[in-house]
Structure formats: C-alpha cells, structure tokens
Design a binder for this molecule. Structure first.
Ligand code: AMP
Length: 480
C-alpha cells in the first residue's frame, strides 16, 4: 500500500466492527477496529449499549491507538457495541462526520456505521431536505437515519429495511439498537461483511483478520441483500432485498484493500494475489535478476511473480510503517521527498541488478514514477515494472476513493506513454481477462474501475464532495 493519507485525493474506505452478547463489548470492538486500521486512518468511533438500554459513545480523529485507551473503553459498558474506522470517501474530515452516527428517534436510540458509498445520495438528500429534514453531517450514511425516521414501519428493524430499499449503491452496515445489532449488506455485496462466533456471543466485521485478533471463529459472510439481527439470545437472518445475480464484489478489495490474511468474498486474499502474480509472470515474462515488491500491498503479488518466473524475490524497498496522519513534512522542493518519507531502497540488493518492480495498481502514476527513479538511483541496471491489475481507467462510485478520469493515468495515456512517463525499461499490466481468471468465478466481481461498466448506474458528474456542495448550495450555513 503506497497511498498517502493526506496528500492524495484518492483514499481508502472504511471498516466496521460490532460485538453482541460478549462481556465488555466495547473492548472487543476496540481490538477489532485496530485490526481494521488499514481500512481507514482518519477517525474512529465506538458506541455501546449498557444493560439499561443506555448508549455510550466515544469518537476521535486519528488512529485507533490514539483515539481509545483502557480508561476510555471502561466508560463504554455493555454487551452490545458497534464501531467504525473512517477514511473519507464522502464528506470531509470533521468529528461530526465520524461514525457511528448516533441519534434518538421515536423507535429509540440508534447508532449506525456504514462502509460503502451510495450513488443516489444527492437526490435522496435533496428530497429529504426539501421536506424539512435537517442533516447534521455531510455523509451519505445519514440518509439511512432520515429514511428510518420517516418510515411508518414498526421499530428500527423494519425502518432499516425500508431505508435500505430506497438507497442504491454500496452498503455494508452495522446498526446498534437498544437490544440488538443489525448487520446488512447491499444486494450486490460490493463491500465485505462477515460474522464470527465469540464465546456465547457474536461479532460482525469488515474482514476476517479482525475476527482473528479477538479470537472469534469465522461463521460466514452476511449475504448480499441479507439482514442479520443478533441479540444476546442469538442470530436471526432475513433476506430483505433480492440478491443481485451475479453479485458484484469489489475486485479491488482482493487487489489492494483487504489484508492478505483476511478471507474476503470466500477466498483468502493472499491466495488470490499469488495467482495474480503467477498470471502476471505468464503474461509479461522478462529476463531479470530479482523481483521486488512495493510493500506491503503488493508483497503477495510479487511473491507469486517470483514463484512462477523463477526469479528470486528480494526485499529491495523498505517501508516506514510509522507514516501516520501527522507525518513530518519533508523539506519543500526536495526531489521525490514524499515517496522517500515512506520508502527507502536497499542499495546492496539493487546495485547492478536487473529488477522487476511489482505493484498492485497504478492510479495516477506519480508514486510509481518516483519509485522507478529511486530504484535506478540505488544502482539498478534495469527496472521492469509489472502491475497486478489492468490500467485504472474509471473512478469508483462504490466506496473506493479514486480521482476523476482525467487524473487517472490509465485513462489518458497509452501503456507505452505510461512506460515512458514512469521511466521504466518495460511495463506490463495484467489483462482484465487474466485478472478475472485469477478469481474463483470472476463473473461475480465489480471491475468498473478497469472497464467503466458500472453495475449500479452512477452519475458520472458526482464527486466525493457531492453532498458538501449540495449542502453549501441548499443551506445558508457551512457544512457542520
Ligand atoms: P500512483 O500510481 O502514483 O497513483 O500510486 C499507485 C500506488 O497507490 C500503488 O502502490 C497502490 O498500492 C496504491 N493505491 C492504489 N489505490 C489506492 C487507494 N485508493 N488509496 C491509497 N493507495 C492506493
């Protein structure tokens, strides 16, 4: 993963976690959120419900380890809790925009955490504001709460079903009510969501790596279109929307986002990435002395490339893991300094060698270009760039924050022009067909970022800040 937390406009998405029927659920959620840190580093929030049905919450800007400590978690009692890590995909960074969103409505208190992006948020919000709704955030997530409040259905469970039937796009949700956690996934299953068993209770998480940390046993994924209600007595499942056939899981979760130790969409991510590496080596063979990864997200792909090509894998780039939100700005004007804050080459490994540099994706091309230059300066004789996905040509509207088309190098340059821009001796992208062949049943994935075939219709003019602009133009005050 080489994306910067601050100086790039495309960003990671979110992670959700819930615990039900376990002693001190908030502590379990805190751990779960820690394991999901890679899915969002901007802010984190946690809401618990105690035995009397009272809600307690804490949220903050920063990493999980910065937001919570034992004393804070001790103030969040109860056997039910939900939490969220955020990296803004809709709306900008404010504490108000930190999830879970907590409200009290006629159905009682509620806290809702959402991973994904709604594609009809703008029109829904315009309609809701037109009939008097007052929004507190610039998040598409808040629309669920307003739709629930307007629903005539009995209780939060039915209200959530009605709300979910009106929104379009990607949503993996965990919702805390007074007596249960509801977990719901959109009909396409864009984002992952899984259930684990922990003692007498359950946990729900974006990825299985979070189950591992809390020592929960993987039970199954929440199915597309399914709502699961979990209370201290057990789990009840309902299909609330017909599942799309085929499903449209986000293929970029397998390529880049999820952790390799997670089981996502029925497969361990490391296994998919190995196959991507194998296929990449078959599609774009090259004579070279060593294979290196852009750590960490392309490690498994580079290992796969090495396995299939027989070219030895080396650690040629070392990543500094402590580049958090508040990293020290390099001196202005220093060449390639932004990449040097995060990566350093191992000169002795690279000097005089013909190097295959493997990355999972090229988005704008700017990081990749700096890395090629860095590796050359470290003395590599040749640099052959290999990419574990096809050119990213279209923005994502379902929860991965990619820049607009004109900023996507794959949309505006040919492969040869990109090679030239990167300064690489050769460049090979995995073909789209090859990528799908690396998946078990490639037909069940969304790969709109590589094809422009959006499974749920999107408004191409919609931007990440769509709701903020809407807020500015339809209300007197600034977004709050
Ligand atoms: P660039 O081509 O310079 O835009 O950067 C490509 C690098 O960004 C690759 O190493 C990817 O692992 C990483 N990357 C891809 N998508 C994202 C994303 N949405 N957020 C952060 N980093 C990303």
């Amino acid at each position: 993963m080489t994306g910067w937390s601050r100086d790039k406009t495309w960003r990671e998405e979110c992670g959700v976690f819930a615990a039900v029927g376990v002693p001190h659920a908030a502590a379990v959620v805190g751990l779960g959120l820690h394991a999901l840190q890679h899915r969002g580093q901007e802010s984190s929030g946690l809401v618990s419900c105690d035995e009397r049905g009272e809600f307690h919450s804490h949220k903050g800007i920063g990493l999980v380890s910065e937001v919570y400590d034992d004393a804070i978690l001790a103030e969040l009692p109860g056997q039910l809790a939900v939490g969220h890590n955020r990296y803004s995909t809709t709306g900008s960074l404010t504490l108000e925009n930190t999830q879970p969103l907590r409200v009290v409505y006629r159905g009682g208190p509620l806290a809702l955490a959402h991973n994904g992006n709604l594609v009809n948020a703008r029109e829904l919000r315009q309609g809701l504001e037109g009939s008097g709704s007052i929004f507190q955030t610039t998040l598409d997530t808040e629309i669920f709460l307003h739709l629930m409040a307007l629903s005539t259905a009995e209780g939060p469970e039915e209200g959530l079903v009605e709300a979910a039937q009106q929104v379009r796009g990607a949503f993996s949700l965990v919702v805390l009510t007074r007596d249960a956690v509801l977990a719901l996934r959109d009909p396409h299953g864009f984002r992952p969501l899984c259930i684990g068993r922990l003692g007498d209770g359950y946990v729900v998480a974006s990825e299985t790596c979070a189950l591992d940390l809390v020592a929960a046993e993987f039970v199954r994924d929440v199915e597309p279109g399914e709502m699961v209600r979990i209370d201290p007595k057990g789990l009840r499942s309902r299909r609330v929307m017909p599942a799309a056939t085929p499903a449209r899981h986000c293929i970029f979760e397998h390529i880049y986002f999820s952790r390799p130790d997670s089981r996502v969409f029925g497969e361990t991510v490391d296994r998919v990435r190995r196959r991507i590496g194998h296929r990449l080596a078959e599609e774009h063979p090259v004579g070279a002395d060593l294979v290196i990864a852009v750590p960490d997200s392309s490690n498994s792909i580079a290992l796969g490339f090495s396995e299939r090509s027989g070219i030895r894998f080396e650690l040629g780039l070392i990543r500094n893991h402590y580049v958090g939100r508040t990293f020290i700005q390099p001196h202005q004007g220093e060449r390639d300094s932004t990449v040097r804050v995060k990566f350093n080459p191992v000169h002795e490994v690279l000097r005089g060698e013909r190097v295959v540099l493997v990355d999972d994706s090229i988005v704008r091309g700017t990081t990749s270009r700096k890395l090629v230059r860095m590796i050359r300066r470290a003395g590599a004789r040749e640099v052959h760039f290999r990419v574990g996905s096809p050119p990213v040509t279209h923005p994502c509207f379902y929860g991965i924050d990619t820049p607009s088309r004109r900023e996507l190098i794959g949309a505006v340059k040919t492969v040869e022009e990109i090679r030239e821009f990167l300064g690489a001796d050769s460049l090979g992208y995995l073909s789209h067909q090859g990528l799908l062949a690396c998946e078990r049943d490639g037909g069940r994935f969304c790969s709109a970022c590589f094809t422009g075939h959006y499974p749920v219709a999107v408004d191409p003019s919609a931007s990440k800040l769509a709701l903020e602009t809407l807020h500015r133009t339809t209300s007197a005050g600034p977004a709050s």
